[in-house]
Design a protein around this ligand. Structure first.
Ligand SMILES: Nc1ncnc2c1ncn2[C@@H]1O[C@H](COP(=O)(O)OP(=O)(O)OP(=O)(O)O)[C@@H](O)[C@H]1O
Length: 317
């Protein structure tokens, strides 16, 4: 078996009395795209900062690239690329200068740095902006530049903390496509996200994190297989005045559980989710109860459903 690039055992991070990361085990193999999926406050960034050797663990074992962050912080940081949650580009400089200045920290010879800058700007589709200032760039472009900057030292592992938060859908897709290519080149990616579609698109393997702990681990497909059904029926109903939630509809649908058409029902404030192997069969059964949903749709299960099942809450609330 190949040696892990990152290995954590019982990793803990406390801030005073508060435990942000509560004894997690993580293993990331070379070439893998590994994700921490969880809502805000789950402890994802705290974990990334420990892996990035910028925040010491309170307890537990941690090895990054075979080294101990407590002792070998500088050696680890030299071989990592870091994309922080908020861009910290130098907005006064040009696009190319941001890479050149950053690259000097790593002691790269000028000629190598120039060549690499051109290549990376090409990779993140910013070559035509090389001599423009950073400030007026769109959010998506700044994010791509931050990724290029994280690649200046040709890192073994790239850490990305919420890489597409705050971007519009089109910018997110462009970024995913670039990250996918990076992965194809064999770069190990470790990312945090609270977007289930991002985790599904990019991660070979992920851990679902909640309140500092790992609730489950696996590939997106494995997690869906293990913790959800193949399909989900989403039903919206009119809210009856004076009633809280959708209890009356839930009662009417319970027989579907006994009949085995539906395996599980989750109630969200505005809709009911019927977990089922066969969405069309479940919809027919709903029609048979005499209920008339305002709308209904059948979709495949996603990591959002996995999270809901594991924690009883939505990922994005
Ligand atoms: N320096 C700190 N001092 C005190 N509490 C902190 C500190 N950093 C993080 N926390 C707390 O630890 C918890 C986990 O934070 P963390 O940033 O790791 O979560 P996250 O999953 O990355 O979520 P987010 O996307 O909001 O950053 C939060 O409740 C946060 O308030």
């Amino acid at each position: 078996m190949q040696e892990s690039l990152i290995r954590a055992r019982g990793l803990v991070k406390r801030f005073g009395d508060f435990t942000a990361v509560d004894g997690i085990d993580v293993e990331v193999a070379p070439g893998e795209a590994f994700g921490f999926l969880g809502p805000n406050g789950a402890g994802k960034s705290s974990t990334m900062r420990m892996i990035g050797a910028v925040s010491p663990p309170t307890a537990g074992e941690l090895r990054v690239l075979g080294l101990d962050p407590a002792v070998d912080g500088p050696a680890i940081r030299a071989r990592l690329g870091v994309v922080p949650q908020t861009d910290n580009l130098d907005v006064e400089l040009t696009v190319a200068e941001n890479l050149l200045v950053y690259g000097r920290y790593f002691g790269l010879p000028r000629a190598v740095l120039r060549e690499r800058t051109a290549e990376l700007l090409d990779f993140v589709q910013l070559a035509d902006r090389a001599d423009q200032r950073v400030e007026p760039l769109s959010g998506g472009m700044k994010r791509r530049l931050t990724i290029a900057r994280a690649l200046v030292n040709a890192p073994d592992v790239v850490l990305l903390d919420e890489p597409t938060t705050g971007l519009d859908p089109q910018a997110r897709h462009v970024l995913w496509e670039r990250l996918y290519r990076l992965k194809q080149r064999g770069v190990t990616l470790v990312l945090t996200t609270h977007y289930m579609d991002e985790a599904e698109q990019l991660c070979d393997r992920l851990v679902v994190m909640d309140k500092g702990r790992i609730a489950a681990e696996g590939s997106p497909a494995e997690l869906i297989r293990r913790f959800s059904t193949r399909e989900v029926c989403e039903l919206r109903f009119p809210v009856v005045e004076g009633e809280v939630g959708l209890e009356r509809y839930l009662d009417a649908l319970r027989p579907l559980l006994e009949q085995g058409v539906v395996e599980r029902i989750e109630a969200l404030p505005d809709r009911l989710l019927l977990y089922t192997p066969d969405g069309d069969a479940a919809l027919s059964a709903v029609a048979g109860t005499g209920l008339h949903p305002l709308s209904s749709l059948v979709r495949r299960s996603s990591l959002e459903d996995v999270f809901l099942h594991l924690t009883g809450r939505s990922l994005v609330e």
